[in-house]
Ligand binder design. Structure first.
Ligand code: HEC
Length: 114
């Protein structure tokens, strides 16, 4: 009886718990929230409507169509300018966190509805 219960819970675990955590890696999105990007930016295509829209912070729903990895890493670390200005916020965090954030940003390819 105990073995059956264990087997059922293993099957349940692998069917429902694992796929959401292993296959749908939403950690980049989580980092976007944790690092306060949502204080200024929206990502409407992902239902992220921002906390407080500061100044003219662009919606990032299609940011993956606009920039590549090389631009993002320099821009978010304030090494290069966009429209003559450096980014308002320097990304602070580990390389792993940055990489996850970047992969998520580059996957955003939903242009705003016309
Ligand atoms: C204090 C407000 C603020 C915060 C916090 C902030 N940003 Fe920005 N961000 C801006 C503004 C304003 C611009 C537009 C700059 C311009 O166009 O000159 C911008 C531009 C960008 C761009 C380029 C957009 C484009 O259309 O080319 C990216 C990518 C970006 N931000 C990502 C992030 C990420 C990732 C974070 C979190 C680590 C973040 N931002 C946090 C204000 C902010």
């Amino acid at each position: 009886m105990k073995v059956a219960t264990l087997a059922v819970s293993i099957v349940f675990y692998s069917l429902f718990v694992l796929p959401s955590s292993v296959f749908a890696d939403t950690s980049g999105e989580k980092i976007f929230h944790e690092k306060g990007c949502v204080k200024c930016h929206t990502v409407k295509a992902h239902g992220i409507n921002g906390e407080k829209k500061l100044m003219e912070s662009p919606d990032l729903s299609d940011i993956g169509l606009k920039h590549d990895s090389d631009f993002l890493v320099k821009y978010l670390r304030k090494k290069i300018k966009l429209n003559g200005k450096k980014h308002l916020k320097r990304f602070k965090g580990s390389k792993e966190e940055y990489k996850k954030l970047e992969m998520w940003l580059l996957s955003l390819k939903t242009p705003p509805a016309q």
